[in-house]
Design a protein around this ligand. Structure first.
Ligand SMILES: [Zn+2]
Length: 333
């Protein structure tokens, strides 16, 4: 089959089956790129398409939920990705996580994300009307059929987030309300659902410890992911420090720096991490230089220009200090 005939026969979105998609086969690279008005721009391997013809069950499961995920990705401008298959035909996004895992896991998360998507779909305008035919946008609100889509819209209306025109009155259309826009903006600010964090601000000691477990359970059941100590310090503490607030930390926890001593502790802490790292990097660099008889510098690339200058000045300073120390010893002798 030639490229031309493939395009003519199968100009169909792999995910949502829309025939308005632009499909480009790159036979030499063994990939197919899709540009779909609903699912956006994504790439998959021809092997995957071929194999799926013999796996109707996996494909059916995929077809049910995938269009909603792809539609949300397009609205969020995250639609440039590669879809590939694992050994059991799990669908991977960029070889990194499971595609179907992006489908909302509970109703609370579905409600919030559907509301956000409705806002994005209508370009955050209270003046744009919600289409009468729910089929034209139901995938954006994670609904597999028109009826459950309508039920979800009724819930939005009951909460005052949209004005829903039922029964239809002439010249009145369904649209987002100002309260709805405010809610969507709030939800968007706390995006994305994959990174949603929850804080419990309370003191935990031996007395309160027994309630920690039920709190944890409730948090995970509500669709939030539990942070371990490492991701907490990278994702939460790191960001607070980026915002210019000085936090000093100890194995017991963190607190806002209040005294000069606290600030010195904080700097000492950073020093204890950064300096050995620079030193180690320099050691690795020197080893490679020795092995390659000075032919290869691992920090040579343009990408490392800043790092190289840090390492260079750090090493120069270290050597100067050591020489001065040695000189002092010599003086004493
Ligand atoms: Zn599509």
């Amino acid at each position: 089959m030639t490229n031309q005939s493939l395009q003519n026969n199968e100009n169909k979105c792999f995910i949502c089956q829309d025939i308005k998609s632009n499909v480009v086969y790159e036979q030499d690279k063994n990939i197919v790129s899709y540009q779909c008005p609903h699912c956006g721009y994504y790439t998959i391997t021809t092997d995957l398409i071929h194999d799926l013809q013999y796996l109707p069950k996996q494909f059916e499961d995929f077809r049910k939920r995938a269009p909603a995920i792809a539609a949300e990705r397009r609205l969020r401008k995250m639609d440039q990705y590669i879809l590939s298959a694992g050994p059991k035909y799990e669908f991977f996004v960029n070889h990194d996580h499971l595609f179907l895992d992006e489908y909302p896991k509970d109703f609370f998360s579905k409600y919030n994300r559907a509301l956000c998507n409705l806002g994005r779909y209508l370009e955050m305008s209270p003046l744009k009307k919600i289409p009468d035919s729910i089929e034209s946008f139901q995938r954006y609100i994670f609904c597999e059929d028109a009826q459950s889509g309508m039920e979800l819209l009724k819930l939005f209306a009951a909460d005052g987030f949209i004005y829903l025109n039922i029964p239809r009155v002439i010249n009145r259309t369904s649209h987002i309300t100002m309260a709805g826009l405010r809610e969507i903006r709030k939800l968007l600010a706390s995006e994305s659902p994959r990174n949603a964090n929850v804080f419990i601000a309370m003191w935990f000691d031996d007395k309160t410890k027994p309630i920690l477990q039920p709190i944890r359970q409730a948090v995970t059941e509500a669709g939030y992911e539990e942070l371990n100590k490492q991701s907490f310090s990278a994702r939460v503490i790191g960001k607070i420090r980026d915002a210019g607030i000085i936090l000093c930390g100890s194995p017991l926890g963190y607190r806002i720096a209040l005294t000069l001593g606290d600030i010195t502790d904080y700097v000492e802490h950073d020093k204890s991490i950064i300096e050995p790292m620079l030193w180690r990097l320099n050691t690795a660099r020197e080893s490679i230089k020795t092995i390659t008889t000075n032919n290869y510098d691992i920090l040579y690339s343009e990408r490392f220009v800043k790092l190289r200058s840090f390492v260079d000045s750090f090493v120069a300073e270290e050597i100067k200090n050591k020489t001065m120390l040695n000189a002092e010893f010599l003086d004493e002798e």
